[in-house]
Design a protein around this ligand. Structure first.
Ligand SMILES: Nc1ncnc2c1ncn2[C@@H]1O[C@H](COP(=O)(O)OP(=O)(O)OP(=O)(O)O)[C@@H](O)[C@H]1O
Length: 292
């Protein structure tokens, strides 16, 4: 079944003995887009990604990845995918260059290994044994191994965990280059700025269900980005949401006869909107931690 979508999922359910990890998820990822799957720990992101990769079986639903049902995917299908999983492969005694060249040999249409090493910023470490790499360098190597096969569809499960800010920026450039070259990318991340920067669309998942799919600009619906004006009133901090913050500030200035105590005008970030969307699901672990 060939479809226009790189990924098409309908009614996906995955149950573990004591948990419904994925509870009726629908998802389309268009060819050539960068899609970010967001959600708190345990929401079901990795389970979905591993089903799409063919590493786990769905209990219910339809799944098509590059036109193939993952459970039936053969070697040729797998060669069209790039996978950067959460945990690294362990090839401790090989050097960076050796392992990237070695992996390139698995693929019919691989990229130049040295260019890939350069694109993840590991040229200086190309002769280093992988066991001597720092955590962030190890992660960059994982990304290099995921892209060296020149995949049509790239899965990135929390790719920049442990990266320093410069490495993250460099990684973002690499992803933008891959996107320009037409690679479809499914990214999971806990960094909302990363999703905002890279993703054409984001899907928010909580407790195994898809809460919303939208562009980063429209997530949360109309009004989610409404400005918030806050200040210190006689009764404590106050905040109002308004489409006319300038008029509100003018009104407050008139009321206070000048300076308004602790005045702040801000628009919610993607992170604010995300936290509001996942609501109590996201708040629960923090609250538990606070009372213990
Ligand atoms: N092999 C397994 N056996 C039983 N339960 C599992 C298994 N794998 C995952 N789970 C449970 O399924 C739920 C979803 O897990 P999953 O790893 O998909 O979440 P996630 O969104 O990727 O989380 P994180 O952000 O922490 O990586 C969790 O409650 C998890 O404990």
């Amino acid at each position: 079944m060939e479809t226009d979508e790189a990924v098409r999922v309908r009614g996906l359910v995955k149950r573990y003995p004591d948990k419904v990890a994925v509870d009726g998820v629908d998802l389309d990822i268009h060819r050539g887009e960068v899609f970010a799957l967001l959600g708190p720990n345990g929401a079901g992101k990795t389970t979905i990604v591993e089903i799409l990769e063919g590493y786990r079986r769905a209990d219910e639903g339809e799944v098509s990845v590059l036109g193939v049902e993952p459970a039936r995917g053969d070697r040729n299908w797998r060669a069209r995918l790039g996978i950067v999983a959460q945990s690294s492969r362990d090839e401790a005694e090989l050097s960076v260059a050796e392992i990237v060249h070695h992996f390139a040999g698995y693929y019919p249409n691989s990229r130049d290994p040295d260019e890939v090493i350069a694109s993840v910023g590991l040229t200086e470490k190309r002769k280093a044994r992988t066991r001597k790499l720092s955590g962030g360098q190890r992660r960059r190597l994982d990304v290099a191994l995921g892209v060296v096969g020149n995949p049509e569809l790239l899965f990135l499960d929390e790719p920049t965990t442990g990266f320093d800010p410069e490495a993250r920026r460099q990684f973002w450039t690499l992803i933008e280059d891959l996107r320009t070259a037409g690679t479809t990318i499914l990214l999971t991340t806990h960094y909302l700025d990363e999703a905002e920067h890279l993703a054409d669309r984001v899907g928010v998942i909580a407790d195994g269900r898809m809460v919303e799919i939208a562009t980063p600009e429209t997530l949360g619906g109309r009004g989610a980005r409404t400005a918030r004006v806050s200040w210190l009133s006689d009764d404590g901090m106050r905040e109002i949401r308004t489409d006319e913050p300038t008029a509100e500030v003018a009104r407050l200035m008139a009321q206070y006869g000048g300076e308004v105590p602790e005045l702040e005008v801000r628009r919610p970030s993607l992170e604010d909107i995300y936290l509001e969307l996942i609501g109590s699901v996201a708040a629960a672990p923090a609250l538990e931690g606070a009372v213990q």
